[in-house]
Design a protein around this ligand. Structure first.
Ligand code: FES
Length: 119
C-alpha cells in the first residue's frame, strides 16, 4: 500500500501563466494529457472543445523554451493544426498532445491571448 507521501511524489507539477502574468500551478497524476490535467483543474483559458481529438485547436499553449524538448515531438497532424491557428508561434503546442509525465515535472506553459476554434 502506497503512503500519502509516495502518492504525492508521483504527481507531476506544471504551471500555466496567462497573458497578464497570473500563474496557477497544479499537481496531477501522470499518464494523461496536459490538457486533461488542465481541464480537471479548471484552468481558465484551456477550452478543449474536442477533448483531445486534436481537431479544435482550443487547447493551445506556448511551451517554455527550456521545456520544448521534454514536451516531445509534434506530429505532422499537430503541426498542421498549429499552422492554422493565428496566434501560433514556434513554441506552440496543443496541450492534448503533450503527455503529462515526469519529463515535464516543473514545466511552465503560457496561455495564448485567446483560444480560436478550428472546428
Ligand atoms: S482539445 Fe481539441 S485540439 Fe486539443
Amino acid at each position: 500500500m502506497r503512503t500519502w507521501r509516495q502518492a504525492r511524489a508521483e504527481l507531476v507539477r506544471v504551471t500555466f501563466t496567462d497573458q497578464l502574468g497570473h500563474s496557477v500551478s497544479i499537481d496531477h497524476p501522470p499518464e494523461c494529457s496536459l490538457m486533461e490535467a488542465a481541464v480537471e483543474n479548471e484552468i481558465t483559458g484551456i477550452e478543449a472543445q474536442c477533448y483531445g481529438a486534436a481537431v479544435c485547436g482550443t487547447c493551445h499553449v506556448y511551451v517554455g523554451p527550456q521545456w520544448l524538448e521534454a514536451a516531445g515531438e509534434k506530429s505532422e497532424w499537430e503541426q498542421a493544426m498549429l499552422d492554422a491557428l493565428p496566434l501560433a508561434r514556434a513554441e506552440s503546442r496543443l496541450s492534448c498532445q503533450i503527455v503529462l509525465s515526469d519529463r515535464i515535472d516543473g514545466a511552465g506553459f503560457i496561455l495564448p491571448e485567446r483560444q480560436e476554434s478550428l472546428e
